[in-house]
Design a protein around this ligand. Structure first.
Ligand SMILES: [Zn+2]
Length: 112
């Protein structure tokens, strides 16, 4: 029998654990996972099978849902890229300004 790493209480076997995590405003919830749970503080300890399942689903979930390829053009000595209509309709919705920054190799454009 294992004890909870948070509060030291003996954990109980469960097949009804839920994993929840969020990324960029989207939330992933996976139910019916197995492992152990602390009856006192509720901390969940997933078994290797559930860990693997969580990792597999999370890797797919965290991918962007829509990806477009665009050519970089030139305008007034600067590089310009068109924003796809699908992204305009989904996120921009007529907003007039964006913030642009780098995260590693990625150029992030966020409407403000
Ligand atoms: Zn606990």
């Amino acid at each position: 029998m294992y004890t909870c790493e948070i509060c030291g209480t003996s954990v109980e076997t469960s097949k009804d654990l839920t994993f929840t995590a969020s990324i960029e405003g989207r939330t992933l919830t996976i139910a019916n996972l197995s492992g152990e749970v602390c009856p006192k503080c509720g901390e969940a300890y997933f078994d290797p099978e559930s860990d693997e399942k969580i990792d597999e689903i999370w890797q797919r979930f965290k991918q962007p849902s829509i990806i477009f390829e665009r050519k970089l053009t030139q305008s007034g000595g600067r590089r310009v890229v068109g924003i796809p209509l699908e992204i305009e309709n989904a996120i921009l919705k007529g907003k007039k300004k964006v913030k642009i920054w780098l995260e590693g190799e990625n150029i992030i454009v966020r409407p403000i």
